[in-house]
Design a protein. Structure first.
Length: 321
């Protein structure tokens, strides 16, 4: 007999996390636990207000589907039983782990994939003053960071990137605008960022209002984040983006994320794997997609005051299993 439990958990941050849409000092995740009496598995999601989610709404979805899960709903049927989003993600990931445990395998073995020793991940530079961001970059590379993800809004874009490049001359830089560059001269901006050897620009324009990307040159690859949620979105993005950012909370779990990876490859788009703020439970679930991606941004746990156990290890710019 399957039993399902779930609940919201507030995770304080070690320091404020700032992007163009606002500031966070804590993150509330929802954790789902499945047990069949012999094996137990847990999944985690991060409800996001930007996608009209809250911990309460996610828990309501999980309560509604509880009878089906406890009656034996499987992972394939889950994809139709819940819409894409955080609730399905937590449940899908728990199901992957439970299915693996029942077969005496790991998720990696179920997927016929070799588990990596480690994966290079971005370290995010929260939106701040030019001086503070440059200092944060200096500290990050001193600690071994190889890939820096720079959160920006419309202010001092080039000046901040220049300062960060000076502080981290050997690091790979990616820029994340979080939809904040509407109305700017994108082509000039893209060329200026190219001069600082920026490797990727993430979601410069709002989702649904990104048609200007079709009409300008992209000397730096542009990556869809808020514009890309599930595999059916991908075909409509090929005229304006070179990459997509796959996040398990957006797409509804590892099952859909793997399908998105295959679809992006079929259509010739490059792959990034990202995350919401969350613990190692959520990051570990995304690693089978991360090993297939060109860019990985799974640094959520390094922002937490305390990670979940067992915790992934973050060291020298990599996440270690």
């Amino acid at each position: 007999m399957m039993h399902m439990s779930f609940g919201a958990v507030e995770l304080p941050l070690a320091k404020p996390f700032v992007i163009s849409r606002g500031t966070r000092t804590a993150v509330t995740v929802v954790r789902v636990t499945l047990t069949d009496g012999e094996f137990t598995a847990t999944g985690e999601c991060t409800p996001t207000a930007h996608y009209q989610e809250s911990p309460e709404s996610v828990c309501e979805q999980l309560e509604l589907i509880r009878p089906q899960v406890e009656a034996g709903l499987n992972r394939d049927a889950l994809q139709q039983a819940l819409p894409i989003g955080s609730a399905r993600n937590a449940l899908d990931c728990a199901m992957w782990h439970l299915d693996a445990a029942k077969q005496g395998k790991t998720v990696w073995q179920l997927l016929d994939m070799a588990a990596p020793v480690s994966v290079i991940t971005a370290e995010t530079l929260s939106l701040d003053s030019l001086e503070n961001m440059a200092k944060a970059a200096e500290v990050a590379v001193a600690g071994g960071a190889k890939l820096l993800k720079i959160k920006l809004n419309r202010e001092q874009i080039i000046e901040k990137v220049a300062a960060i490049r000076a502080a981290a001359p050997g690091a790979t830089l990616v820029v994340d605008a979080n939809e904040s560059w509407l109305g700017l001269d994108l082509e000039s901006l893209f060329h200026a960022l190219h001069e600082f050897n920026v490797a990727m620009i993430e979601q410069p324009l709002p989702a649904g209002n990104d048609q200007d990307l079709v009409r300008c040159l992209h000397p730096v690859p542009v990556c869809a984040d808020e514009s890309c949620h599930e595999r059916t979105d991908i075909a409509g993005l090929t005229d304006r983006y070179e990459m997509i950012n796959i996040k398990l909370d957006k797409c509804g779990g590892l099952t859909e994320a793997l399908a998105m990876t295959a679809e992006a490859r079929r259509l010739g788009l490059r792959i990034m794997v990202g995350c919401m703020l969350g613990s190692s439970i959520a990051m570990e679930a995304a690693l089978p997609v991360a090993v297939q991606a060109e860019r990985v941004d799974l640094d959520g746990p390094i922002w937490l005051a305390q990670d979940a156990e067992p915790a992934l290890r973050y060291e020298h710019g990599e996440v270690w299993l």
